[in-house]
Each structure stands twice: as structure tokens, then as C-alpha cells.
Ligand binder design. Structure first.
Ligand SMILES: Nc1nc2c(ncn2[C@@H]2O[C@H](COP(=O)(O)OP(=O)(O)O)[C@@H](O)[C@H]2O)c(=O)[nH]1
Ligand SMILES: [Mg+2]
Length: 244
């Protein structure tokens, strides 16, 4: 009896050893591959790869875009559609550049379309007309800075047209904007409170309503860089692009 038991257990172990594991291994490989593909697909969808050129109309976005991406100044055209191109940094990295139309009706729509793939934002300002247009300039910048989708994205406020004698310096523009943003956030808060009594902390920029707004209060890095696209003075911008 003892002998027979040993014999049957030996047969069982041989059978286990002879089992064909191939289908199990194939199934495991398929599952693993699916997980990897799903992971890569999801990552690709949210990958931040573009530098957005935004700002009001006539600040020089398309002019600079043409210079950086098409290799020279071209006659600029009224942009009703975005322009997409590539720029090679000094270190040899190729960045996708998107010139977002600044037309009042379209800029919000285009910004929403591209904000999730933004790696950096270049907010272009016409340094000559900035004082006259300060409300609009501050309002659109506020919209961008308050947006959660781009809250970790670095912003360059590019103070263009520095070749003009009446151009304001980047330091003057920065303090002008800080003052105006105080007013913009006040206006937005009261607008929000009039339609809805809930907290408006989602759309509040800066420390608190009782403290004057300063760009340094933001977690997001905002740099003010002088530029003259026309005279090809944009080393500050290309240096920044090289860090991306
Ligand atoms: N003086 C001066 N004019 C510029 C400069 N950059 C662009 N412009 C002019 O500003 C105008 C508007 O430029 P554009 O690129 O169409 O502005 P966009 O609406 O922001 O795309 C054009 O007439 C350009 O020639 C600059 O650095 N200096
Ligand atoms: Mg344009």
C-alpha cells in the first residue's frame, strides 16, 4: 500500500512538471502589454509640449512666431486661426510653438483649446500701447494666471516693441499690471458674488484682498522680459526657451 502511494505521488509530480504553461504566459503578457499601452496613451494625451504665444492683437505675436519658426520676418496677416510651428533651441531641442489669435472673441476659445498641452506661456505685450490698453492686458493675463490648467506652467510676459521711443520698460509694465490686477480681481469678485454667494477662492489671484497684488505671491513663475521682435532683440526669450 505504501509503495502504491509513493508511485501515485511521483506520477502527480511528473504531470505537474509536464504542464504546458505557454497559454498562461501569453495571457499574462497580453495583460501587461495592455496596461503599458493604456499608460502610454494616457500620458501622451496630457503631455505638455507646446509653447503658447498669447496676448492682445497687434502685440507682435505672429511677427515673432514667423521669425522664430519660419526663419525670418514675413508680412504679418490677421490671424483668425492659430499658427503652429517648430523652434529649435540652442541645445538642439525642438519645441512646438503655437501662435494663438488675440482677437477678443477668439482668444478665450483658443486658449482653452491649447492650455492643456502648454509647456510654457509667452504673454506678449505691445509696450507702446500698454498704458492705454492696460485694462484688457491685465484682464486677459488674469484669466491665464487664474486658470488651474496652467497653474504650474512658467509664464514669460514679453514686453515687445522696445525699439520704439515711447515703449514702457518691463519694470514699469510689471508695476502697472500689479496695480491693474488689484482692480481686475476686485471686479471679478464682486461680479461673482452678485451671481453666486459661494466662495470665489477658485478665481482669486494673490494672497488676500487686503494685500496688494504682486507677481511674487504666485506659486507660478512669471518673468518680465524685454523684446524687440523687429530688431531681433529677443535673447531673453530664447534663453528661457533653452531651459524648457
Ligand atoms: N516697432 C515694432 N513693431 C513691431 C514689433 N513686432 C511686431 N511689430 C509690428 O506690430 C504689428 C502687429 O504685429 P502682429 O505680429 O500681427 O501682431 P499679433 O496680432 O499679436 O499677431 C505689425 O505691424 C508688426 O510689424 C517690434 O518689435 N517693434
Ligand atoms: Mg497674429
Amino acid at each position: 500500500m505504501d509503495k502504491a502511494d509513493r508511485k501515485s505521488s511521483a506520477r502527480a509530480s511528473i504531470k505537474l512538471g509536464e504542464l504546458n504553461y505557454t497559454p498562461v504566459l501569453i495571457a499574462l503578457a497580453v495583460v501587461l502589454l495592455t496596461i503599458v499601452v493604456l499608460f502610454l496613451w494616457k500620458r501622451k494625451k496630457t503631455v505638455r509640449s507646446a509653447v503658447l504665444f498669447t496676448g492682445l492683437c497687434d502685440s507682435g505675436k505672429t511677427y515673432l512666431f514667423a521669425h522664430l519658426c519660419l526663419g525670418g520676418a514675413r508680412e504679418t496677416f490677421t490671424s483668425i486661426k492659430e499658427n503652429v510651428g517648430c523652434f529649435k533651441t540652442e541645445r538642439g531641442r525642438v519645441l512646438k510653438m503655437v501662435d494663438v489669435p488675440g482677437n477678443e472673441r477668439l482668444r478665450g476659445k483658443f486658449f482653452d483649446e491649447y492650455k492643456n498641452i502648454a509647456k510654457a506661456i509667452v504673454y506678449m505685450i505691445d509696450s507702446v500701447t500698454v498704458q492705454k490698453d492696460i485694462r484688457d492686458v491685465a484682464d486677459f493675463l488674469y484669466t491665464i494666471l487664474v486658470d488651474k490648467a496652467t497653474s504650474k506652467v512658467p509664464v514669460v510676459v514679453l514686453c515687445n516693441k522696445q525699439d520704439e521711443t515711447l515703449a514702457k520698460t518691463e519694470t514699469a509694465i510689471k508695476s502697472m499690471l500689479e496695480k491693474e490686477i488689484n482692480i481686475v480681481r476686485q471686479t471679478r469678485r464682486s461680479q461673482l458674488q452678485s451671481v453666486d454667494n459661494s466662495s470665489s477662492s477658485d478665481t482669486f489671484l494673490g494672497k488676500s484682498a487686503s494685500v496688494d497684488f504682486e507677481f511674487e505671491q504666485l506659486g507660478q513663475r512669471v518673468r518680465f522680459v524685454p523684446c524687440s521682435a523687429m530688431e531681433e532683440q529677443f535673447a531673453g526669450l530664447t534663453k528661457f526657451l533653452d531651459t524648457l
